[in-house]
Every structure is written in structure tokens, then in C-alpha cells.
Design a protein around this ligand. Structure first.
Ligand code: PAF
Length: 283
């Protein structure tokens, strides 16, 4: 059990910089979009248990959303602050959009070439927005470790590449996805589902688990993916956006020698995009 310690909320860039000058080097950092759930709580607890202090950011990043999604994203800062504090955070950085992107802000990042062979094509703008905000947050908080869940493997692989390419002095810690009892991966987006959609959503994890069983019993990637698509399509509220099997270490298409496998699915449930994945090792 993590004992909550000293706790403060920072809203501005200069104040965050001042905090980081003293605490950055001993800090574990959990960047979030808010709407904190048990998945975030487990990341914050881990950050606190592995570092002298834990920092959390709560920022709905306009660069990674379409306008409509951005406006609809669940926001409840007071509730989030209490969750973060109880989980052991010492500081929450919760800037406004104007604070992070003042008038005149222009600089972006380029995605690495290998993103072209990953499947979430059409989402380049989204991942560029993620990298920009993560880079800015790492500059401001200056943590020694940063914590991410494994739920978005594309985001994670891009962040790891950026950290290596730009010599950012931080260790990226990857933590397992936290699930509801019925298997649905915890996500802030789950709050947007209607009761019927919520009932339908566990089909994603059932399909991923089915794909895993198939591959473990010798099915080809094509067979496993076909079975998964069929299973998801049988749920009337679900439509498959992407089912992908990849080498879990590189996200490249699996080859004969691939042992660490990642199965990834992005599914629209009543129009809301939910993504999940499973990782396993083939014998
Ligand atoms: O995964 C998320 O919650 C977001 O993409 C992140 C990393 C906090 C950047 O806004």
C-alpha cells in the first residue's frame, strides 16, 4: 500500500519547471489524458514505489484528437486529483491548452520511416500529436522514469524510438494492461459507451484471446485473424477497424522465427474506437 505523501497541483509551465529543477531526477512520471481509472492507478502506484516522488499529468491534448472527440473527452479534474493523490502522486501537472500551446506554437515531429509499415495508417496526425505532447511533458517534468500501459503498442514503440533518437534522458517503463472482470481493457473511453455498448465491448478481448489460442494450437496468422474478424462481426454493435498480428518486439509482420507475438485489434463499438492487444510467447 502506497502512503499518500505531500501533494500539489501545478497549472503553469514556469511552476512545473521550478518543481522539476528540484524533483525531476528522483521522479517517476505518468502522463495521462485524465478520466483516471484503475489502469492509471496501477501506473501511479508503480511510479511511486520505484521512485522517491511520483508526478502525473492530466491534459487532454488537442493535437491528438479530432475537434468533436476533443470536446467530448470526459473531464473531471477534481475527481482525478483525488484519485491521483490517493494512488500516491506527489504532484499533478494540469495545464490549460493555451499554456501548452500558446499563440505561435508551430513545431512538430516527424514519425520514423518504420511507422509506414505499421497498420494504423491514416492516424499519422494522431501519433504526431502524441509525440509532441510527450516530448513537451518530458522536457517540463524531467523524470528519470516514465510509465506507460501496454494498451497502445504503436504509441509505445514510437515513444521508445523518439526517446532513443533524441537522447531523452528517461527510462520508459512498460506496464501490463489492467482489465475489467469481463476482460475489457480499462480505458477512459469506456466512459463514453452506452450500457448496451458496454455489454458488447468485451467481444474485443474474447476475440484476441481466441486468436491467441488459435495461434498456440498451430493456426496461421491468416486463419487466426479470420476467426477473430468473424467473432467481432457477429456482435451487431461492433465493427472491425483493424486486426493485426505482429512481432511483439518490432511490430513488423511476423516471420518464421517470431516467438513473441502481438495480436492487436481496433474495433468501433457504436462508433467509438476501442483498441486492445494481447502478447504471448509461442513455444
Ligand atoms: O496514452 C495516453 O493517455 C496519451 O496518448 C498520452 C501519452 C498521455 C499523451 O497525451
Amino acid at each position: 500500500m502506497v502512503k499518500p505523501g505531500k501533494f500539489s497541483v501545478i497549472r503553469t509551465v514556469p511552476a512545473m519547471r521550478r518543481w522539476a529543477e528540484k524533483n525531476g531526477g528522483i521522479c517517476g512520471f505518468v502522463p495521462t489524458l485524465g478520466a483516471l481509472h484503475d489502469g492509471h492507478v496501477s501506473l501511479i502506484k508503480k511510479a511511486r514505489s520505484e521512485n522517491r516522488v511520483a508526478a502525473v499529468s492530466i491534459f487532454v491534448n488537442p493535437l491528438q484528437f479530432r475537434k468533436k472527440q476533443y470536446l467530448a473527452y470526459p473531464r473531471n479534474l477534481e475527481v482525478d486529483l483525488e484519485i491521483a493523490r490517493k494512488a500516491g502522486a506527489n504532484v499533478v501537472f494540469a495545464p490549460s491548452a493555451e499554456e501548452m500551446y500558446p499563440a505561435g506554437f508551430e513545431t512538430g515531429v516527424t514519425l520514423p520511416q518504420f511507422f509506414q509499415r505499421l497498420k494504423p495508417q491514416g492516424l499519422e496526425w494522431h501519433y504526431k500529436g502524441v509525440l509532441v505532447v510527450v516530448l513537451k511533458l518530458l522536457q517540463l517534468v524531467r523524470p528519470s522514469k516514465v510509465y506507460f500501459g501496454l494498451k497502445d503498442p504503436h504509441q509505445l514503440v514510437l515513444i521508445e524510438r523518439m526517446v532513443a533518437d533524441l537522447n531523452i534522458p528517461v527510462t520508459v517503463r512498460k506496464c501490463p494492461t489492467v482489465r475489467e472482470r469481463d476482460g475489457l481493457a480499462r480505458s477512459s473511453r469506456n466512459a463514453l459507451l452506452t450500457p448496451d455498448e458496454r455489454k458488447a465491448a468485451p467481444v474485443i478481448f474474447r476475440a484476441l484471446s481466441h486468436g491467441k489460442r488459435e495461434m498456440e494450437s498451430g493456426a496461421s496468422c491468416a486463419q487466426a485473424m479470420a476467426g477473430m474478424r468473424e467473432m467481432i462481426s457477429a456482435q451487431p454493435l461492433a465493427s472491425v477497424e483493424l486486426v493485426e498480428i505482429a512481432d511483439a518486439l518490432t511490430l513488423a509482420p511476423p516471420g518464421n522465427r517470431t516467438r513473441d507475438v502481438l495480436i492487436f485489434a481496433a474495433v468501433r463499438i457504436g462508433g467509438k474506437r476501442l483498441a486492445d492487444n494481447v502478447r504471448f510467447r509461442l513455444k
